[in-house]
Write a protein that binds this ligand. Structure first.
Ligand code: 4FV
Length: 246
């Protein structure tokens, strides 16, 4: 990652599931700081924008030199700049990248952004975390790292976890419960306590279909349902609407 805040980023990336994956050698993580590629006494990495206006812009030379150093270490890398103008990240993009990209250089901007000449000459792709503005690209870059690394074999205790995530198979995730079986008058659905895995699997698929219908109908429009899935969803809707009438 190209960042002006390597220590902060390292303190995050070395934690939790992602940190353990790095320890296990499932992926390696390095940072390059444009400030280390400056030649002036103040280690200047930003300057005022041509044409006037608020804020500062990241200068070409230090950023380009940092990207070149990263490319020298990772010659096969795809160079991605995190910005609100990029392709909005989703699970499809994460899965495609996890399968096809072995080296990734994530460029985290600060200030008002980077000089456009870096964008046109040094960047292969622009990705966005969403339609909002952050103070720096690091949080977006760390989100990309987290989403990617958990897709790598061996990162999650059970690689199946990533398979059944929200958005896998184009559906939201099913509800989750754990002990106790009843608390504050709230019970765990009986079906989950039967130990009948076929029935449980059907229940969970129905919940995924129903939740997606309720919360993200746009995803459902993209998905061709099997006859069995359609029946499960219709039964979910029937229960849902009869519950509304009570
Ligand atoms: C952003 C986003 C984002 C814009 C100017 C960093 C900031 C500052 N990055 N998805 N949304 N970046 O807001 O990725 O340099």
């Amino acid at each position: 990652m190209i960042t002006l805040f390597p220590d902060w980023v390292k303190s995050v990336v070395t934690q939790g599931v992602v940190g353990r994956a790095a320890t296990k050698g499932i992926f390696t993580f390095q940072t390059w700081n444009p400030r280390d590629f400056t030649n002036d006494v103040h280690h200047t990495v930003d300057d005022r924008p041509y044409g006037g206006g608020p804020g500062m812009v990241m200068k070409v030379a230090p950023l380009r030199a940092a990207i070149h150093a990263a490319r020298a270490a990772l010659p096969l890398a795809k160079v991605v700049y995190l910005s609100p103008q990029g392709t909005v990240l989703n699970q499809n993009l994460v899965q495609k990248t996890a399968v096809n990209v072995s080296q990734l250089i994530l460029v985290a901007g600060r200030y008002e952004g980077i000089d456009e000449r870096v964008l046109t000459k040094d960047i292969d792709a622009e990705w966005s975390l969403g339609d909002f503005v952050l103070s720096g690209g690091e949080i977006a870059a760390m989100a990309v790292i987290d989403a990617l690394v958990r897709m790598l074999p061996g990162t999650l205790g059970d690689d199946l976890s990533a398979v059944e995530d929200s958005f896998s198979a184009g559906l939201l995730d099913h509800p989750h419960y754990t002990r106790p079986p009843e608390i504050d008058g709230q019970c765990v659905p009986e079906v989950l306590q039967t130990g009948d895995h076929a029935v449980i699997s059907q229940y969970r698929l129905q919940q995924r279909l129903g939740k997606t219908w309720l919360k993200r109908p746009d995803l459902l429009k993209e998905k061709v349902l099997t006859a069995s899935e359609q029946n499960l969803l219709e039964a979910f809707k029937k229960d849902y609407f009869s519950g509304l009438k009570e």
